[in-house]
Design a protein around this ligand. Sequence first.
Ligand SMILES: *Cc1c(COP(=O)(O)O)cnc(C)c1O
Length: 377
Amino acid sequence: METTVLKKIWLSPPHMGGSEETYVKEAFDTNWIAPLGPNVQQFEKSIEDYVGNNTYAACLSSGTGAIHLGLELLGVSHGDEVICQSFTFAASANPITYLGAEPIFVDSERETWNISPVLLEKAIKDRLAKGIKPKAIVAVHLYGMPYKVDEVHAIARNYDIPVIEDSAEALGSSYRGFNCGSFGDFGILSFNGNKIITTSGGGALLCKFQSTKEKAVFLATQARDNAPHYQHSRIGYNYRMSNVLAGIGRGQMEVLTDRVEARRSNFEFYKEHLSSLPEITFINEPEGSYSNRWLTCVLTPSFDIREKIRIALENENIESRPLWKPMHLQPVFEKNVSFVNGVSEDLFERGLCLPSGSSLETGDLERICGIIKNLLK
Ligand SMILES: *Cc1c(COP(=O)(O)O)cnc(C)c1O
């Protein structure tokens, strides 16, 4: 008996451009099947050219590894405190704990959903009053929306605390004409399978100096001293990107601009077709901000309505997902010090990410909007 299975629509699937296989084949043809090689160098160069603003990129096996190395290069170690945006994916905070340091969580503001400059300053003052100077700040451009770069970096400079700019979701976003990833003492990118471009798994640490990039690469390749035998004067990691996967990355960089346009046009489609519904609201770009609209997120009036929409889509084989659950509400971090204002908890309760892949077709978007409109009418 035939049953019709509705075409699955994923939240954010990979989208190859065409030349990825050529570069991967090059790796095979030249036998560069190693965690270094010409594809890695070319991929790094194309990231550096794209991000600009004096950026040196070190390609790694994940964005999480990039945050780990960035924190280590900033000297974060056992017993330190690091301030971290609470409204994010766990990978922003986990590497702080790898170094034996403690994440201190700071809530979001309403305009960009990212770290609140007001609470950030409050947190810093509180810790300083207790005799602890935070060693670093991890700020995140969540869903591709730039955080308040001017305000956050002014505070960081004022208190002389370095910033790790988590741009895992924000490749292709910019703020006042400069690309995300280029503002922090370190920036990080992710090429995980769900991100705007992917190498199936991978990441990059964005550095301000060639010499810092060299240190990152040194640590990422087991911290081998310069000697004919294997000699180590410190602990290293195996974090370098494979030359095979960097071939995928080279191909993906050729279509990055198209991918940003496609994600932004998904957002425009949803906005045009759903914003007449009183139950659905969208987040706008503040003046000066340009978001890659990695995921289109909507806010509903309540947890119940959000769940109703999510389940209705699920029943039609369409994947959607609640917004990130804030770190200060995660069981693993519930005892950590946090500075909260209720914003991220509210967003988590009422917010939903809609399918946002760059390969979505108009028919897919119409199907999704049709289900939501039908449900709420
Ligand atoms: C995906 C992601 C990361 C981690 O990247 P991986 O490459 O998956 O390790 C870090 N931070 C944020 C905000 C992310 O979305």
